[in-house]
Design a protein around this ligand. Structure first.
Ligand SMILES: Cc1ncc(COP(=O)(O)O)c(C=O)c1O
Length: 403
């Protein structure tokens, strides 16, 4: 581990990002582009590093949810095309155009305002028309697609670069709703073609669809989950897809003690030891992204043993029963999810225990958890709240030192 960072950290394996993107690329036609979905700080993994790795692996475009996220990527020097998938207020049209970022559009007034804002500063705004084929979220209905596309083409400051939709159930056993959404999308595309409106980029597939429905590929697929190493559907593992988890979460033992039987542990004393117990305190809690609702439902790996967390998870700390590992010592590495001596806890397992999906589990890992990035066996970057060592001196003024 990097010397200076706090002893709760996420390890982000960029080789696995490259591997996962290439694994999906193999099932796509060579003309089909990969749009790496790096919204929400790349599902908690770190947008800039993941975007760079995905682009290295063959992704050609990036997608985020809001303009601020696109701006972060541009500030990091990333020049690849970026699409904002979510709502962008009209006032931000100029900023989007200046950042060379494409926006999703689906409403006349909003689209008009966005394009006006771009035109006002002499810029053309690239847009992707969003169609609602059954998600019930953003998008014009298939019947309205031609009229809306014609409206956009009538705006001189607007470049209609793409048309897209989003699938609601591509990861479910029942494939019929997905087939219906694909049918509606095809219909909308056929109407555009009949109207003589050619749109270069056409995309609807998320990870599940990219892996399960070749008919959903069109000119690009939008990869999130699979790029981070998670299987969108359990059967895909047996169908030859080899995905590798990108994030491991780790901590170190902060304190150990033997407590007698009958000792309450943590807030509310809801857990009481039934026998003399070796309890270890771990410096991570719900403010690091490990939900309090996981109290009593989670385990960690220590010295090749799986041991249960006990008592209520606190904001910054939690406790585990290490009675089966009495040799444990302060400073021992503990795996919250990841692998240790042949054992493993997957972020998916944590999600299942929390009654949620894995995206939420990784996205919740908070900014105070340092991210350590490895590539080709080396730590290539560290993202931490700590300042670079060479500027620490200048952060603390003489006045502060004297007080
Ligand atoms: C519009 C849109 N496209 C693509 C994705 C990527 O989906 P996945 O992570 O399942 O690949 C998402 C994720 O939520 C999304 O909202």
């Amino acid at each position: 581990m990097h010397q200076q960072v706090r002893p709760t950290w996420a390890e982000i394996n960029l080789d696995n990002v490259v591997h996962n993107v290439q694994a999906i690329k193999q099932c796509l036609a060579t003309s089909c582009e990969i749009i790496a979905v790096v919204k929400a700080d790349a599902y908690g993994h770190g947008a800039t590093q993941i975007a760079q790795a995905a682009l290295k692996a063959g992704a050609t475009r990036l997608a985020v949810s809001i303009l601020d996220e696109a701006s972060e990527l541009r500030q990091a020097g990333i020049t690849a095309p970026i699409l904002v998938l979510g709502y962008t207020p009209s006032e931000q049209g100029g900023l989007a155009a200046r950042l060379c970022v494409s926006l999703a559009v689906y409403e006349r007034q909003n689209a008009w305002g966005l394009v006006q804002a771009a035109e006002a500063i002499g810029e053309i705004l690239p847009v992707h028309l969003k169609v609602d084929t059954g998600m019930g979220r953003l998008g014009v209905l298939p019947d309205e697609v031609v009229a809306f596309a014609s409206f956009l083409r009538g705006l001189p400051g607007c470049a209609l670069e793409g048309v897209f939709s989003h699938l609601a159930k591509a990861d479910e056993d029942d494939i019929r709703p997905t087939l219906l959404q694909l049918q509606r999308f095809e219909l909308a595309l056929a109407r555009l073609q009949q109207a003589g409106i050619a749109i270069p980029l056409v995309h609807i597939a998320n990870s599940a669809a990219a892996m399960r429905f070749p008919a959903s590929h069109f000119s690009a697929v939008r990869l999130g989950l699979a790029m981070y190493g998670f299987y969108p559907h359990p059967t895909l593992k047996d169908q030859g897809f080899d995905l590798r988890p990108v994030m491991s979460l780790k901590t170190k033992v902060a304190h150990t003690k033997w407590l007698p039987a009958g000792s309450p542990i943590s807030y509310g004393g809801r857990y009481i030891t039934r026998q003399p117990s070796f309890i270890v305190t771990l410096p991570f809690g719900y403010a690091d992204g490990f939900q309090r609702s996981l109290s009593g439902k989670a385990a960690v790996l220590l010295r090749g043993h799986k041991i249960p967390l006990v008592g209520t998870i606190c904001m910054d700390q939690c406790m585990a029963d290490a009675t089966s590992v009495p040799e444990a010592r302060v400073g021992d590495e503990v795996v919250i999810w990841g692998q240790d001596q042949g054992l493993s806890i997957a972020a998916d397992d944590v999600a299942r225990s929390a009654g949620t999906i894995v995206n939420e589990v990784t996205a919740l890992v908070s900014k105070r958890v340092p991210r350590l990035y490895s590539y080709q066996g080396r730590t290539v970057a560290v993202r931490t709240l700590l300042p670079p060592t060479d500027i620490i001196g200048s952060l603390v003024s003489d006045r502060l030192k004297q007080s």
